[in-house]
Design a protein around this ligand. Structure first.
Ligand code: ZN
Length: 232
């Protein structure tokens, strides 16, 4: 039974845009797991292990974090985005909690490569969707005596990595269709606009098309009915 989902950076960006998250998000917490270390990582079992520890030992309602960033660049989901995290004591309201898997204290492991690219892409996707700027990025050690996310990572360095990352979420444009969530490089973008112009699909009440979402039988019935009315 799979409990958690692993995204790559583009898939996470797409999922996040279509997720329709209702909770007000006002900051992004950056943590390292310390333990497990990068070398302890074995895939979903590692995420399950953290979840079990947080629930069974700490007594929390679920895994603490919304996202865990794997050494191979995987972005794992976790706690519901509709819930505040259990990331920083007395500073969790409105937070999205990101745990980078590893021990990034001086002389231990290094945040680099696919993992660095994944966390910067994830942070930029969150900044984009929740309209946040750099001031919304919070290191755990700003509110705690802990070194988290590791004494080997400074905030100015991390912010510079965010600027340098070649991230599709900020280069992507959304001009082919009337919808804000259909990227121009999607091969079917012109078709999406065509069915919108015909009145077959009108999109969500908030203006989104619902890119990547599945269609229900009742929605299909409405579309078929509209199509028959056009064809008559
Ligand atoms: Zn932390």
């Amino acid at each position: 039974m799979s409990r958690f989902t692993r995204f790559d950076a583009p898939a996470f960006a797409k999922w996040l845009r279509g997720a329709g998250i209702q909770r007000t998000v006002n900051h992004i917490q950056i943590h390292h797991t310390w333990r497990p270390r990068k070398t302890d990582y074995t895939g979903e079992a590692t995420i399950r292990g953290m979840r079990d520890y947080h629930v069974n030992t700490n007594g929390w309602q679920d895994i603490a974090q919304h996202l865990s960033i794997a050494p191979d660049g995987g972005i794992w989901d976790g706690r519901s985005f509709e819930l505040n995290p259990a990331g920083i004591s007395n500073h969790n309201a409105g937070g999205v909690c990101i745990e980078i898997i590893g021990d990034f204290d001086d002389g231990e492991e290094v945040l680099e490569g696919a993992q660095l690219a994944a966390v910067t892409a994830a942070v930029r996707s969150l900044m984009d969707v929740f309209s946040l700027n750099e001031s919304a990025i919070v290191f755990h050690n700003e509110h705690s005596g802990k070194t988290c996310p590791g004494s080997g990572i400074t905030k100015p360095w991390f912010l510079q990595q965010l600027k340098e990352v070649d991230d599709i979420t900020t280069q992507q444009t959304y001009t082919v269709t009337d919808f804000p969530d259909v990227p121009d490089d999607f091969y079917g973008a012109a078709s999406v606009q065509a069915v919108k112009d015909l009145g077959l699909i009108k999109g969500h009440a908030d203006g989104r098309f619902g890119f990547g979402e599945e269609i229900t039988r009742e929605e299909l019935a409405v579309i078929l009915h509209r199509f028959m009315q056009i064809a008559e």
